[in-house]
Design a protein around this ligand. Structure first.
Ligand SMILES: NC(=O)c1ccc[n+]([C@@H]2O[C@H](COP(=O)([O-])OP(=O)(O)OC[C@H]3O[C@@H](n4cnc5c(N)ncnc54)[C@H](O)[C@@H]3O)[C@@H](O)[C@H]2O)c1
Ligand SMILES: [Fe+2]
Length: 378
C-alpha cells in the first residue's frame, strides 16, 4: 500500500509543562524573543501566565497578542501579524483553542514572506519556508490544530476557508492537561465532539486513509469516547482531561493525513453564518451525515462499533454516537440554535462550496442530499 504520513517532529505531554517552557525551548536551542498568540478568554483564565512567568524569569523578551477572535476573521490574523512585525520575535507560541493556534500558525508563516494572505487559501498554496520556530499549546481538547498543517480563517462575513500547507505544521506540540481543567462544560462538550468527528471522518476518508491514520483514529476515538462523560461530570479529573487532550491530538494527527469530509463541510456554514461553535455545528449534522454515508462506509462504522464497544453493527455505532451527544447535554437540532427553516437551502448551497472536504467523504454529496440532511437535522 502506498501512502504518506506527516506529523510534528516533537510532542511533549506533561502536566505543568507550559510552566517549564523556558527549559523546553532551551533544550531545543530555540533562543531569543517569544511572541505568544492567544485570545482574551484564555488570557483571563490565567492560562498564559505560567509560560510568561518562566520565560521572563529566564531573561527572555516576551510579548502577548491576546486579541484573537473565535473563528478568526482575516482582520484578526492581519492585526496579529502587524503586532508581530512591531515586536520582531524569534519564536511564535500559540496558546489556546483552534482559533488562537490557527492564528499563531499563520502569523509564523506571514512573518517570513511577502505573500498576501488571500493567496494562501487552498492546498499547498503557501510559498517559501517558515523562518522561525512555531510551538502550539492547546487549551481545548478538540481541534488537534497543534498537530495539523491547517489553519481555518473566516473570510468576508461568513465563509470559512482553509489554508493547508506543510509550513503550518508546528515544530512542537505541548500537551499540558492542567491548562484544560478550567475549560467550561459546554466548551468541553463541543470541542470533545469535534475531536471525535475528526477520528470518525479520518477513519472513513476516501483517498488518504492509511494504516497509521487508522491506528491513530481508533485509539483517539477510544480515549475520547471513554473520557468525555467523566470529564463533563468532573472537570478537575486530571487523568480524564489528559486522555481527552491526547485523544484530540491523536485524532488531529489522523485527519491531518486522512482529511475530514461531509460532517465538516456541512458544519462550516452553520458556524460561519450563525456563529454556532465549530464543535456544536459538527454535532448537529453528525448522525444524519453518518446515516447518509452508510451506503459507502458501513464496514468502517461497524469496525468503529467494535472499537468503542457499541454493539456490532454500523447502525449501533451511529445510535451510540447519538447517545454520546445526548449524554453530553448539547443542543441536538438546528432549530435549537435558532436556525430558521427557510435558511436550509442557503446552508446547502454554501456547504457544496466546501469541495476540498466533500472530496474526502466516502459517499458523493449533492445539493439535494445536503438539503435533505439539513432537513433531518432541523
Ligand atoms: N487547524 C485545524 O486543524 C482545525 C481543525 C478544526 C477546527 N479548527 C478551527 O478551530 C476553531 C475552533 O477552535 P476551538 O473549538 O478550540 O475553540 P476556540 O479556540 O474558538 O475557543 C472557544 C472559546 O473557549 C475559550 N477557551 C479555550 N480554552 C479555554 C480554557 N482552557 N479555559 C477557559 N476558556 C477557554 C476561548 O477563550 C474561547 O472563548 C475554529 O475556527 C475551527 O474552524 C481548526
Ligand atoms: Fe473540526
Amino acid at each position: 500500500m502506498d501512502f504518506e504520513f506527516h506529523t510534528v517532529p516533537s510532542i511533549v505531554c506533561q502536566v505543568g509543562s507550559a510552566g517549564r517552557l523556558d527549559a523546553i525551548l532551551e533544550k531545543q536551542e530555540w533562543l531569543g524573543a517569544v511572541l505568544i498568540v492567544t485570545d482574551p478568554g484564555v488570557r483571563r483564565a490565567g492560562l498564559v501566565d505560567p509560560s510568561v512567568s518562566c520565560l521572563t524569569a529566564a531573561g527572555r523578551r516576551v510579548a502577548v497578542f491576546d486579541d484573537v477572535v473565535a473563528d478568526p476573521p482575516e482582520s484578526t490574523v492581519l492585526a496579529a501579524v502587524e503586532f508581530a512585525r512591531g515586536f520582531n520575535p524569534d519564536i511564535i507560541i500559540g496558546i489556546g483553542g483552534g482559533s488562537a493556534m490557527d492564528t499563531a500558525k499563520i502569523v509564523a508563516v506571514l512573518l517570513g514572506t511577502d505573500q498576501p494572505l488571500d493567496l494562501m487559501y487552498g492546498v499547498g498554496a503557501v510559498q517559501g519556508r517558515r523562518k522561525i520556530p512555531l510551538i502550539l499549546i492547546p487549551t481545548t481538547a478538540g481541534t488537534g490544530s497543534e498537530v495539523t498543517p491547517i489553519a481555518i480563517v473566516t473570510t468576508g462575513a461568513t465563509v470559512k476557508k482553509g489554508i493547508v500547507a506543510p509550513q503550518l505544521l508546528p515544530d512542537m506540540a505541548i500537551l499540558d492537561a492542567a491548562l484544560t481543567t478550567g475549560l467550561p462544560r459546554t466548551v468541553t462538550a463541543h470541542t470533545g465532539i469535534d475531536a471525535m468527528v475528526h477520528a470518525i471522518e479520518a477513519y472513513t476518508s476516501r483517498h488518504k486513509k492509511n494504516p497509521l491514520s487508522d491506528a491513530l483514529a481508533r485509539r483517539a476515538l477510544t480515549l475520547l469516547w471513554d473520557n468525555l462523560v467523566p470529564v463533563l461530570s468532573d472537570g478537575n479529573d486530571m487523568t480524564a482531561r489528559e486522555n481527552m487532550l491526547l485523544g484530540a491530538c491523536l485524532a488531529g494527527q489522523a485527519f491531518a493525513n486522512a482529511p475530514v469530509g461531509a460532517v465538516h463541510a456541512l458544519a462550516y456554514p452553520i458556524g460561519g453564518i450563525y456563529h454556532v461553535t465549530h464543535g456544536l455545528s459538527n454535532a448537529l449534522v453528525l448522525p444524519h451525515v453518518l446515516r447518509f454515508n452508510l451506503a459507502a462506509a458501513r464496514t468502517h462504522y461497524r469496525e468503529l462499533a467494535h472499537v468503542v464497544n457499541a454493539g456490532t453493527t454500523a447502525e449501533s455505532f451511529i445510535e451510540a454516537i447519538e447517545g454520546k451527544c445526548v449524554a453530553s447535554g448539547i443542543e441536538r437540532r438546528l432549530r435549537d440554535v435558532k436556525i430558521p427553516h427557510n435558511a436550509l437551502g442557503d446552508l446547502a448551497q454554501s456547504a457544496m462550496l466546501q469541495t476540498r472536504l466533500l472530496a474526502n467523504n466516502p459517499r458523493d454529496m449533492s445539493l439535494s442530499y445536503a438539503q435533505l440532511i439539513y432537513e433531518q437535522a432541523w
